[in-house]
Ligand binder design. Structure first.
Ligand code: PMP
Length: 353
């Protein structure tokens, strides 16, 4: 019996994976090292009792969107919610990309922007960031006038480099009319400035956010977007019916009440980031400034790949970005963990170097 082939173009690309190795200190996927607040767990346990599991959930996720709108001082019709911000990005490509349309990316950046564009048959226009990883607005102007992208992806703070897009650059890029501008702020809470402040119904800008990092709820798979109401309506057209389950809607709505705890956690991680950054600066490595919960560094005297293996042997897992396109060869990315995890990483790295 012959078996049907899947799309031939899928065979060319790997999915997006960060290999999980069973070690004591996992600093490879930029999660929060702390669990969510205890109070939230208790609230969730009692709220779950009231769910009518035999019924479909609220298709419009009304209460969750109201809570997020309040948090960001926007209207609920300017909020779209989905199963992780990756699904938000996919919805954007389905609604604004697709065959005959283009998405521009500035590399090195989050690999899923181009990956999802490819999966949705959106042509990817790849351009580079400057050597210091900042986005060159003049280059964006050239790409915009030459390729006329329907979507321009920007990531701020950028994964894997950690630098944030300055407010002035964001405003200038919006002035170039490069189609829909998507600012991926998965790490936005760790930075000083957010593009949410520029969101307006008449400006083609959307900002994507996630519960996976600052909110310490990666297991929940909840992400959202803040943007013009008409973009939110377009995304609703490509979302599957009842795509966001009742559990997630409640969990997210209850989480927003713990905004203060989230900010304290962000404060603790940002101060650990400074400590880690200066400790790395004292070692034989190049380390880049970061406004996220991770740091990109490059061992000077040993190959990045060797250092990655040596760290795993010492029970510490970081992200092996040693041969990522667009990055100087030999870079590694470490997530800021608890003070104990960061100490374990630093001593394993000192031994290795
Ligand atoms: N955007 C960026 C820049 C990320 O680094 C990640 C997580 N690796 C995501 C989006 C996806 O987050 P989520 O868990 O919400 O799908």
């Amino acid at each position: 019996m012959s078996f049907p082939d899947c799309r031939a173009d899928l065979a060319l690309r790997d999915g997006y994976h960060s290999p999980q190795v069973d070690v004591a200190v996992r600093l490879n996927t930029n999660e929060s090292p702390y669990p969510p607040p205890e109070g939230w767990r208790r609230d969730l346990a009692s709220a779950i009792d009231a769910v009518e599991f035999n019924r479909y959930p609220d298709r419009a996720a009304t209460e969750l969107r109201e809570a997020l709108a309040l948090l960001h001082r926007v209207r609920p019709d300017q909020v779209f919610v989905a199963n992780g911000s990756n699904e938000v990005l996919q919805s954007l490509c389905l609604a604004y990309g697709g065959p005959g349309r283009k998405a521009a990316v500035y590399e090195p950046t989050y690999a899923l922007h181009s990956h999802i564009a490819h999966l949705t048959s959106t042509e990817v226009v790849q351009a580079s960031r400057r050597d210091d990883f900042s986005v060159d607005v003049d280059l964006v102007a050239d790409v915009t006038s030459f390729s006329k992208p329907d979507i321009t992806f920007l990531c701020s703070p950028n994964n894997p480099t950690g630098d944030a897009l300055p407010a002035a650059a964001a405003a200038e890029i919006l002035g170039l009319s490069p189609g829909l501008v998507v600012v991926d702020e998965a790490y936005g809470d760790f930075a000083d400035w957010s593009a949410v402040s520029l969101v307006d119904d008449e400006i083609p800008l959307v900002v994507t956010r996630t519960f996976s990092k600052t909110w310490a709820m990666a297991a929940l798979r909840l992400g959202y977007l803040i943007g013009p109401a008409r973009v939110v309506s377009a995304l609703e057209r490509v979302a599957l019916p009842y795509h966001l389950d009742a559990f997630k809607q409640i969990a997210g709505r209850l989480a927003v009440a713990y905004d203060d705890e989230m900010r304290q956690r962000v404060g603790a991680i940002v101060s650990e980031r400074s400590r880690l950054q200066s400790a790395l600066g004292d070692l034989d490595v190049e380390v880049w400034p970061s406004e996220a919960n991770f740091l990109l560094f490059r061992p000077e005297s040993r190959k990045g790949d060797e250092v990655w293996h040596a760290l795993v042997d010492r029970g510490v897992l970081v992200r092996n970005t040693a041969s990522w396109p667009g990055l100087p060869s030999g870079c590694l990315r470490v997530t800021v963990g608890t003070p104990q995890e960061n100490d374990a990483f630093l001593s394993a790295l000192k031994e290795t170097l």
